[in-house]
Design a protein around this ligand. Sequence first.
Ligand SMILES: Cc1ncc(C[n+]2csc(CCOP(=O)(O)OP(=O)(O)O)c2C)c(N)n1
Length: 362
Amino acid sequence: MSKPERNIIQIDDLLARDGKCNVLFLNYDNEAFMNTGIQESGGTPPHAATTTGPAGERIPGKVGVKQDLVTPFGFYGTKSTFLATVNPAYPNDLMGKIVEALKSNGGAFIQSYADCMRGWRHASQDAVKVSKLATDCGYWPLYTIRVKDGMPTFSYYRGLEIDKEKFVDYLKSMGRFRHLFRPKFMEKEIDEIIYYTEQRNEKLKGLIKQFGTEKPVDVYRVNRKALEPQKHLLPGHGLCPGCGAGMFLNQMATAAQLVAGTNIIYVNNTSCSEVSTSKDFVTSWTVPWVHHLFESGATIADAISTTYKIMKSKGLYNGEVPYLIHIGGDGSTYDIGFQFLKAALVRTSSFVEMNEYLFNQK
Ligand SMILES: Cc1ncc(C[n+]2csc(CCOP(=O)(O)OP(=O)(O)O)c2C)c(N)n1
């Protein structure tokens, strides 16, 4: 089979674009409700041990699948939506996708892999190694869906092929899967995790074939040496050493700063990223930041963005409409906040886009 063609995307070309996102919704997926004590979520993979689905003698961790959250968003028939998965172990891809999302009209949703040394039970210095392995073994593929007028186009960067040896190394590297290897090797359960992951990847490959372009591989070119260190989020926060959410937030804010400067508002659902950056009434954020509930964060982000646009169209506000970024963990995204996120994503991707008074205001 011939090698698939690569679509080289220069960050400077994206920055020169005219588009502007209404709201970029972010989910960092650490695969459990972490800040309240490692409870199982819809993002928890099968057979992972959590405090509400512990590995015991009869039940080996989570009973159920890790839900596929991102691909269904490509099929709501929205007008304009940018969707992607990222992993902080691949920073160029991560930052490129944040820039493209913010420079695309409509709504956007990006889901990031977020290692959690505390909940996944491994040494903090292994966080980057574990994160990289996740994509390299096929567990966390990096792909993009660009929706225009109801039609999705699928592309990818890497991580679609399952490497069984690496996959087993990946599982072995974390205490949450230790029960699959000791006291006995649980081949059926290990095979089951690989099987469901492979099924997910097969679906993805089918979608890329069906809804792809001639150049299905996206490669972002970022001159990292020229990047300014981000100043949105100060380093003195309370996230754990090696926290994947922390790595994600740092890279995300670096890219967001490139696009928005300081004209940005963050809305943060209750989560590790929220409690750890707003401790003791002292915020770690230097730009406006709003804490809201699982059920209302996405709605609030849309409301802030839309209110600015309405005020501008009525001549009550003359400045530049700020960029809006909403952040949530997997507990709030897959489970408790899902319907609100879905509704806000559809609104920002369609209603705001199709309203001539609100469309793409600068
Ligand atoms: C409706 C509701 N139920 C429960 C809680 C308590 N609560 C606060 S944070 C949290 C866990 C959040 O998990 P997740 O979204 O995965 O973020 P993480 O802590 O992993 O960063 C829970 C259950 C809440 N705030 N609201």
